[in-house]
Design a protein around this ligand. Structure first.
Ligand code: ZN
Length: 269
């Protein structure tokens, strides 16, 4: 069975992680653009970074037999500075012409501010205009408020909600998004967010439609083998291979496949 990790930041991981992921069966990744640890002060800083993830990271992944796709966007932490965000949203458009760019992201909320909401709404509109999926980050602090703000925005529009993936959803927030028709992402982290046990339990309770799991690996405490660890747990719990495959392959393929840019298909073993 092939595995798909639909949210990773390989930019800040070692090459060893690509090797471990490949050895555990991960063949496909999506790397959304994110916060680099310090605030960017010019749109050009974003463009250089987008160039890096769409060219260099893709080549690095290919050496391990991994297909690497990307999302382009201004993340919520950077979106607070509208003087940089607004010109960047215009200047980044040509990156969506690249065949490996499958969506807009990651966008969303961090501290639930009015400026972050502007960045989120403009980029969700861009995703709808381009007919490309969008990856929406939800805040780690005051999470329920932030998820509700995102849900209220989506309800106030007549968007194609199939194109929206709301990520970092937990037991605390799933009730807000489950009836919106959006896709739901769950992040398995070693100490914060969800454990494999909690993610699999949520898949059992609320799934299998429109749910997927990711590692969101970055420079913090995170685990590039989160998706394979969920697979191991599901096998130990007696899940069928077909149900496991739905969670870690067919669902993410179906969602990101809406871009028309994946070379994989749901039926690929
Ligand atoms: Zn992320």
């Amino acid at each position: 069975m092939r595995l798909f990790d639909p949210h990773v930041h390989m930019y800040c991981r070692l090459t060893d992680d690509y090797e471990s992921m490949a050895l555990c069966g991960i063949t496909t990744l999506v790397e959304p653009a994110f916060w680099l640890g310090t605030e960017r002060t010019h749109p050009e800083s974003f463009y250089d970074y987008f160039e890096h993830i769409t060219v260099f990271e893709q080549k690095r992944a290919a050496k391990y037999g991994i297909n690497h796709y990307q999302c382009i966007g201004v993340n919520p932490k950077d979106a607070e500075n509208l003087e940089v965000t607004l010109p960047t949203l215009e200047g980044m458009r040509h990156f969506f012409d690249r065949p490996s760019v499958v969506g807009v992201g990651e966008i969303g909320l961090n501290e639930n501010t009015a400026n972050e909401m502007i960045g989120l709404e403009k980029q969700l509109e861009l995703s709808q205009e381009l007919k490309l999926p969008a990856l929406v980050h939800t805040p780690h602090v005051d999470k329920r408020t932030g998820v509700q703000m995102i849900a209220d925005l989506i309800k106030s529009k007549s968007w194609n909600n199939d194109l929206i993936l709301i990520d970092h959803i937990t037991e605390e927030t799933i009730d807000i998004v489950r009836d919106l028709g959006v896709w739901v992402g769950m992040t398995v982290y070693p100490n914060t967010k969800l454990s494999p046990q909690r993610a699999v339990a949520m898949f059992e309770r609320y799934g299998p439609e429109k749910m997927m799991v990711n590692s969101s690996v970055d420079w913090g405490e995170s685990d590039p083998l989160s998706v394979p660890k969920c697979v191991r747990l599901m096998r130990m719990e007696g899940w069928t291979e077909s149900d496991i495959e739905r969670f870690v392959w067919r669902n993410p393929i179906e969602f990101w496949g809406q871009s028309g840019r994946l070379s994989e298909t749901p039926d690929m073993p």
